[in-house]
Design a binder for this molecule. Structure first.
Ligand SMILES: Nc1ncnc2c1ncn2[C@@H]1O[C@H](COP(=O)(O)OP(=O)(O)OP(=O)(O)O)[C@@H](O)[C@H]1O
Ligand SMILES: [Mg+2]
Length: 212
């Protein structure tokens, strides 16, 4: 492996600097700085309206960002000319409220996302005719359909994850780091053990006391 490749692998998978986002005059993100290492699982908690979903939407390029930078694997994803479709295949989004389609069966809900992302032509295909990524997609959908615990396996696996959740038990179990967001900033950033037992900020303490 070349020295360059080693350097690239050693860098963060996601890097966010001075991210600001507002809706009209309402500033929702007020300067987010964050690095997520490859394979790291970072869970974000915080009160309603603190900007958690907005932050993830910025990372997915679902929001127009007013100020700041986001790099994914050294690619400036806010730069002009970035292929958003390619980015969407690289950066998945699992919603905090699961956003199930009420008029679809559980199975239909599971297959809809992969179908939209290009598996539509492959629904009747045999595994031997699928690419590695397509097989993985089918396997994840099948596993999710059978056993929600697979989320934990996924989170412990090879993927870098930013998770917004209200499930503290889940977050504590799968996360390498916990973030507390309040009023558009990251107030606390610590490993789960420290985060839940010895939070530094009074705002984190108050929030945890309220919800636990
Ligand atoms: N499209 C939008 N237009 C205007 N304001 C918005 C829009 N999306 C979000 N907001 C506002 O931005 C703020 C942050 O919203 P966001 O959804 O990021 O919060 P959150 O931390 O995810 O909250 P929750 O825990 O309730 O999901 C809120 O005050 C919300 O009303
Ligand atoms: Mg939200």
């Amino acid at each position: 492996m070349s020295a360059l490749a080693v350097t690239a692998l050693a860098g963060p998978m996601i890097k966010i600097t001075d991210l600001h986002q507002r809706f009209g005059l309402h500033e929702v993100l007020k300067g987010i700085h964050l690095e997520v290492a490859p394979r790291e699982v970072v869970s974000i908690i915080g009160p309603s309206g603190s900007g958690k979903s907005t932050l993830l939407q910025c990372v997915n390029r679902l929001q127009h960002v007013h100020r700041g930078h986001i790099w994914i694997e050294d690619e400036d994803i806010l730069a002009k000319g970035v292929d958003v479709n390619r980015l969407c295949r690289k950066v998945g989004m699992v919603f905090q409220h699961f956003n199930l389609f009420e008029n679809k069966t559980a199975l239909d809900n599971v297959i809809l996302a992969p179908v939209k992302l290009g598996l539509a032509a492959k629904v009747a295909a045999w595994p031997r005719n699928l690419s590695g990524g397509q097989k993985q997609c089918v396997a994840i959908a099948r596993a999710l359909a059978m056993n929600p615990d697979v989320m934990k396996d996924l989170a412990r696996g090879s993927r870098t994850m930013m998770v917004v959740t209200h499930e503290m038990g889940f977050a504590c179990e799968v996360s390498h780091r916990m973030l507390f967001m309040d009023d558009g900033v990251v107030v606390e950033d610590a490993p789960p053990e420290q985060f839940f037992n010895r939070p530094q900020s009074p705002r984190t303490k108050a929030f945890l006391e309220k919800i636990l």
